[in-house]
Design a protein around this ligand. Structure first.
Ligand code: SIN
Length: 312
């Protein structure tokens, strides 16, 4: 009531930010995302995103696609391009900007995003952030994990940081390493994947059938354009090698960095409830969608926002 009265009186509404874990993540209370968000309120939300890397809005009303889009528009230029192979995912009807990430109760195969990654880093300008809406959540399972890549960089030894600073890495949409976990069929208390599930998942991701891959290079350590902090930028999903090295030479160090970057201490885990909204900063956080809700339906609607310039 106090918030409604404050709004009516034209006073600024203060949000409540509740951290979720030591490394990253916060829940935001006191915002109704079905209504237009004023500049001062948005400035507080954006500050929370920069401070916590991933923010969640529980207790929201059901959002229509236009309301979801209106909120995403506040973060920058919304991505309207189709995803490159292997992410030929459907979109919400009449809203090509809203990626429909749905897994049916009967579907035992892959789920989108089941591997540690930052989104579309195979593009020259990957995504700045994503605004995801939980249209339908399973009663349990289907959580998303996030990992803080500032901490991943800052906890490396001075020698390793010196070596990585200034190095470049190649990123490829073919997912030659990161695909392993994404290809893994669902697991739950009552069901483990069969050979059939595995074959089905593997056939969907047969890279030989799809030549349409995208490749680019990015710094291994990037500086966040707004916080000016350095973070590690070599996700297992898409990074394939250091630009100045062969794949064979790169792999042992990449393997170390991937393990390090997803240490539990750098992570938080969010359990979705229907109508929750989440926003992650794709420039400094990685995420992983868990495939452990076999027998339940999950429907997520995701809008992505472009980076303004190339990672540097
Ligand atoms: C993704 O966008 O990578 C998946 C996120 C999710 O469904 O939790």
């Amino acid at each position: 009531m106090a918030k409604v009265a404050a709004r009516r009186a034209g006073k600024a509404v203060k949000i409540e930010v509740r951290p979720l874990a030591g490394a990253l993540g916060a829940q935001i209370f006191g915002v109704d995302l079905s209504r237009p968000i004023g500049d001062s309120l948005f400035a507080d939300i954006y500050k929370a995103l920069l401070n916590h890397l991933v923010i969640f809005f529980p207790e929201q009303k059901p959002l229509r696609p236009e309301q979801h889009r209106a909120f995403a528009d506040r973060f920058g230029k919304v991505d309207l391009e189709p995803f490159a192979y292997p992410f030929k995912t459907p979109t919400v009807e009449s809203h090509t900007e809203i990626l429909l990430n749905v897994k049916e109760a009967s579907d035992t195969s892959i789920n989108v995003g089941g591997f540690w990654h930052a989104d579309v880093t195979y593009r020259d300008k990957p995504h700045k952030c994503a605004v995801i809406y939980a249209k339908e959540a399973p009663p349990y399972g289907g959580d998303t994990m996030f990992a803080n890549q500032y901490l991943a960089y800052e906890t490396l030894s001075p020698g390793m940081r010196r070596m990585l600073d200034g190095m470049q890495a190649e990123h490829d949409s073919a997912m030659i390493y990161g695909g392993e976990t994404a290809r893994y069929a669902s697991v739950s208390r009552t069901r483990v994947p069969t050979q059939e599930d595995r074959k089905f998942s593997a056939s969907l991701y047969d890279t030989a059938k799809h030549a349409e891959t995208i490749r680019t290079e990015h710094p291994v350590v990037r500086t966040h354009p707004e916080t000016k902090r350095k973070c590690l930028y070599i996700n297992r999903g898409f990074a394939t090698r250091f630009s100045s090295m062969t794949k064979e030479e790169s792999l042992p160090l990449l393997e170390f960095l991937w393990q390090h970057a997803s240490r539990p201490e750098f992570s938080c885990r969010y359990r979705w409830t229907q109508d929750d909204v989440g926003v992650w900063d794709n420039r400094c956080a990685m995420h992983y969608a868990l495939n452990d809700y076999s027998g339940y339906r999950r429907e997520m609607h995701r809008i992505s926002v472009h980076e303004e310039s190339r990672p540097g």
